[in-house]
Design a protein. Sequence first.
Length: 337
Amino acid sequence: MIRWLAPWLALLLLVPGAARASEVVLWHSYRAAEEKALDHAAQAWAERTGNTVSVVAVPFGAFDSKVETAIPRGNGPDLFVAAHGSLGAWVQMGLVQPWSGDPALYDTLRPASVRAITWKGTRYGAPLAVKSLLLLYDPSVIATPPRTTDALIAQAKEHTGGRRYGLAYQAAEAYFLAPWVHAFGGDPFAGGTVDLDTQAQADAFALTKRLAVDEGIAPLQPTAALVARLYRQGDAAFVISGPWFVADVGDRPIAAAPLPVVSKAGAPARPYLTVDTAFVATHGAHPDVATDLAAFLAGPEGARIRQEEGRQAVTLKDAHPDDRCSRCSSSRRTRRW
């Protein structure tokens, strides 16, 4: 019997891909359309390669801590998608691998996204999408978004009263303060160390105080949950947030415009750019296969799925987003999510 089975076992081992199929574990913190698009792209790669992929959603608030505790113990993913902001810390903690795939991938991506995942001359991961803060608004009550902060204040006052606010955003977070700081000419990291004792910081804090305290158009203790709830209920006409906010608004229409020019500074608010990146984790079971999946997600087919279905601003140079608004009335044109 054993002699009869041996040739068939040998033949099975020679079948292309039969012995090389791997299961890649992919972690992310996306929701709604972004989550569905990522899963679709991952499964498209799996069908093409004969591998399997397990896509696991991890809550955003717990994502970093889970990555930092699971990966060193060998309980983490092969690949994870996260914003690039923690890259330096993750490199020093030994959590992410340098890019070992075809370096030509980076030539097809937007240069700013490649710079974002470069740490001390070494590149890590495959940049997937870029995000930044925007002025989001309810097109059912706002006909034309303001272009300056003075105009924003004036319009927001018209929609403030009772339990309603003209503007809602996480004013206490440094990430949301940064656009005002930059408009006033500040750069906290310019000298290689963080410097918060500057006139630009003081001017930015003064503008924040004016919006919430002096003008009273924004809540005094804003949280992400509060901002989302206010908008869903129609109690916030304007919101400062990013594309991720759309997952929280339910069926309420939403439109987007650039952040306004800061009237006192005479310069536009300039938010930080966040780059969502597919990082190959250390201690993963299949680093080479995970690298191939990351390259697919960033490449033409993966980018197309994420852009069309997930409404992402993808990093691929050749991607040209559709400008039609799928969440607003057909008579309006705005950024499509």
